[in-house]
Design a protein around this ligand. Structure first.
Ligand SMILES: [Zn+2]
Ligand SMILES: [Zn+2]
Length: 146
């Protein structure tokens, strides 16, 4: 049986190790939070694009980069890069028609970072939602926006 002093030294070591692990984990969590915010902007842009369906009517267009005229004989959902110069800067020509603008469904909680008010665990909500939680760590149902 180890002496109390030896056991205390061991616990002291473990405490140091645990603190170090916790520090690393919290730095990582902060970084992941930042990544999540950046991605969320792109998620919103994707959702926005999905709601706006456009159609380019057939007709004569002109490349915005090299001004080469091009005829599209059929309506297009997306215009391809220019055949002549390979540019994707788009074309001038007939105006695109917006076919459907689907309004976003209003939800109670918008996508974002939340924090459990009880245990402060973060919760990253990817899509707008009517429900939030309960906290998977403590079961609490109250959250605040981070
Ligand atoms: Zn071109
Ligand atoms: Zn919690």
């Amino acid at each position: 049986m180890a002496s109390a002093k030896e056991r205390a030294q061991k616990v002291s070591q473990e405490l140091r190790q645990a603190t170090r692990t916790a520090r690393t984990a919290s730095t990582r969590a902060r970084k992941l939070g930042e990544d999540f915010r950046i991605l969320l902007v792109q998620v919103r842009a994707e959702a926005e694009a999905a709601r706006n369906v456009v159609e380019y009517p057939s007709g004569r267009y002109e490349c915005n980069a090299c001004h080469q005229p091009v005829i599209f004989s059929e309506t297009q959902r997306a215009l391809p890069p220019c055949d002549s110069c390979g540019s994707s800067r788009g074309y001038s020509g007939p105006r695109a028609r917006v076919l459907d603008v689907i309004p976003p469904t209003p939800r109670e909680f918008s996508a974002g970072l939340y924090e459990c008010t009880n245990c402060h665990a973060p919760l990253a909500l990817v899509e707008d939602s009517d429900t939030l939680g309960p906290c998977e760590f403590c079961g609490a149902t109250e959250f605040r926006v981070l």
